[in-house]
Design a protein around this ligand. Structure first.
Ligand SMILES: Nc1ncnc2c1ncn2[C@@H]1O[C@H](COP(=O)(O)OP(=O)(O)OP(=O)(O)O)[C@@H](O)[C@H]1O
Length: 298
């Protein structure tokens, strides 16, 4: 288990992370969310031992983490940092050797990963000649080549096209099924919803919400009602308990204060025309994020 206990990080007078407490189960996928500047990267750097906490402890399986124990960790940094003049092979060999791997093992693992990412043709190409997305795939490979126990991915999907997002997502799922614990940050809520069982939304260095995603959704209470109909639904926005609404071509989505409001909506559309869809959806992570963090940012 990754155990972050009462961790604080000051940069001079400024506190980037305040008394943060987090537990990441071994073998889980954990999503760290937050607006720009919330403290995610600072937290990752402390986990990796690249920054020393001003207060508190970070332990992996009961052992305090430091730069020396970081071989058990893989890291995809937000600011991608490959050597542009090296070839992919040289780059991965160098980084693999830093992690204590043998050259033959590195090449074997690198070739398998490149094949999986449809990038085997880049093995002997210089990093600088690769597109941004392909460089990112190489950096991901560099972070998992040594089969770390704990993998930290800072914005792994940014800048990737949908095909590559899927390739990377599948790889993350598979590594997790093999037992790797994964912590990642993302601004894309749908990726977090798809991959994570547990999340933390950071806000100004503090954990604004954390826990099991299902429990968080349940406790949020508010739900969405989606109605598709062949008549105009705007009159429903006048009903009590409708918090937000969103119009689309053949219907509307209403955020309702509580489930009873969905009954009122249903009563009000009954007999008004042809209703092709009526669905009560649980709140999206996007809704929760906007409520907890968004309003303060706007
Ligand atoms: N070395 C540093 N010196 C001073 N302030 C810093 C330093 N590193 C980070 N900060 C500040 O700490 C705060 C948290 O930054 P951090 O990079 O952890 O945020 P983040 O959640 O990763 O944001 P983003 O989503 O934009 O990547 C920011 O206000 C940032 O300016």
């Amino acid at each position: 288990m990754l155990h972050i206990h009462n961790v604080k990080k000051n940069f001079g007078q400024f506190t980037a992370v305040h008394s943060l407490n987090l537990e990441v189960e071994r073998g889980g996928i954990f999503g760290l969310l937050g607006a720009n500047g919330a403290g995610k990267t600072t937290t990752f750097r402390m986990i990796l031992g690249l920054l020393t906490p001003s207060q508190g402890t970070i332990k992996w399986n009961g052992q305090e983490l430091s730069y020396k124990t970081s071989d058990t960790i893989g890291y995809l940094p937000e600011e991608r940092g490959l050597y542009p003049k090296l070839t992919v092979k040289e780059q991965l060999t160098y980084l693999g050797q830093l992690r204590g791997m043998k050259k033959s093992h590195i090449l074997e693992a690198a070739e398998a990963w490149l094949k999986r990412f449809q990038a085997e043709q880049y093995l002997n190409k210089k990093v600088e000649s690769l597109s941004k997305g392909n460089q990112q795939k190489i950096q991901f490979i560099a972070s998992v080549l040594h089969k770390p126990e704990l993998l930290i991915l800072d914005e792994p999907f940014s800048g990737l096209d949908p095909v590559n997002v899927d390739l990377l997502k599948e790889a993350v799922k598979e590594l997790n099924e093999e037992g790797m614990t994964i912590v990642f940050s993302s601004h894309r809520m749908e990726h977090v919803e798809e991959l994570c069982q547990n999340i933390c939304i950071m806000h100004k260095g503090k954990a604004a919400v954390s826990g099991h995603l299902k429990d968080i959704k349940r406790s949020f209470g508010k739900k969405n009602v989606v109605v598709h109909a062949d008549f105009d639904l705007m009159y429903l926005t006048e009903l009590d308990g409708i918090l937000k609404h969103h119009r689309f071509t053949d219907g509307m989505r209403f955020q309702v204060e509580k489930e009873e409001v969905a009954h009122d909506i249903f009563q009000n559309i009954y007999n008004k025309g042809f209703v092709t869809k009526f669905e009560l959806e649980e709140p999206s992570l996007h809704d929760i994020f906007i409520e907890k963090v968004g309003a303060a940012n706007e």
